[in-house]
Ligand binder design. Sequence first.
Ligand code: NDP
Ligand SMILES: CC(C)CCC[C@@H](C)[C@H]1CC[C@H]2C3=CC[C@H]4[C@H](C)C(=O)CC[C@]4(C)[C@H]3CC[C@]12C
Length: 324
Amino acid sequence: MEKVVLVTGANSGIGLALCERLLNEDSQLRLCLACRNTQRALAARAALLTSHPDAHVDLLHLDVGSVRSVLTAAQEVKAKYTRLDYLYLNAGIMPNPHVDIKAFFSGLFSRNVINMFATAEGLLTQEDHLTSDGLQEVFATNLFGHFLLIRELEPLLCRAGHISRVVWTSSSNARRSAFNIDDIQHRRGTEPYSSSKFASDLLSLALNRHKNSQGLFSSVICPGLVMTNLTYGILPSFLWTIIMPIMWFIRIFTNTFTLTPYNGAEALHWLFLQKPESLDPRAKYHSLTSGLGTNYTQPRQAKESMYCMYKRPVHYYQVLNCFN
Ligand SMILES: NC(=O)C1=CN([C@@H]2O[C@H](COP(=O)(O)OP(=O)(O)OC[C@H]3O[C@@H](n4cnc5c(N)ncnc54)[C@H](OP(=O)(O)O)[C@@H]3O)[C@@H](O)[C@H]2O)C=CC1
Ligand SMILES: CC(C)CCC[C@@H](C)[C@H]1CC[C@H]2C3=CC[C@H]4[C@H](C)C(=O)CC[C@]4(C)[C@H]3CC[C@]12C
């Protein structure tokens, strides 16, 4: 049977670009687009079939922010497929973002300017709210729904004699200081996005520790700064019109400014081609684009502070397991 690949948040941005790239790589794939909005999912499927008329593209209704939806979708996947080779955990949100304009202008004239553009450190806060399950929405969507999905799909992901891969779309905005193991939903802070992305890095480490022996391998990537619905939602559109030429100019000097979804999907695509044994479970794989527009993937080791947390991933995994 053909390889089966499931992508969450596949109807736009980096997820959709990844699907296009995977089909360019292997037109025999069985691709499952897991999306919450049926109309947008149908449009994405139609776009993929226009460029790959013979492709197998299935749709799965999945709202990763809803526990019930994840459980139902997982049942459907188990009933439909006998294998699952790649699970791309890409859906993500950054609701009600606020840019600290003062921090932006002081960063602009500091030595930290490149880092500020690459990571948005100290620039962005969000207003989170509760889902109908009573969870913080960013935690539920970016992390917990995906954790639950992996757990429910274990019969397909952890099979004797078979290798499966989980790939998280994390971010360079993931910050250890935004994460608190005693407040894993980030109820008390203003940087739920940073917290949820750091948590996905931590969970990936934990998954490797727990599941490699059962044939499941997890990796995290950072797509760089990509212009998608998520980024466009951060500023009013007229501001983006003014800023965009500057962004393309900075791109010449800054390889993390991947800018297009195609470029941003580079590391996701690259991981698809790698053998899991050759990967570093502690690295984050970055999509990068050179000034001349060449795409490449580079592993970057987590900071020392992450290693200090190296015992914590297991603890975090246990906390999540007890969560529901
Ligand atoms: N753009 C960037 O610069 C960066 C993005 N990322 C990460 O990349 C990933 C993809 O984002 P990007 O392509 O930029 O943005 P998009 O907004 O284009 O894509 C996000 C996707 O996630 C889906 N999604 C959101 N919430 C849910 C949900 N509850 N259930 C199912 N699907 C959902 C969206 O569906 P819908 O259309 O229904 O909203 C959409 O398909 C995210 O995890 C983001 O955090 C990381 C670093 C940088
Ligand atoms: C106040 C304006 C004149 C200028 C504001 C610029 C900002 C809107 C952008 C500067 C840096 C950008 C980002 C950096 C990192 C991204 C990160 C890796 C991610 O996961 C999601 C998107 C970013 C936060 C992105 C968003 C726009 C900026 C903050």
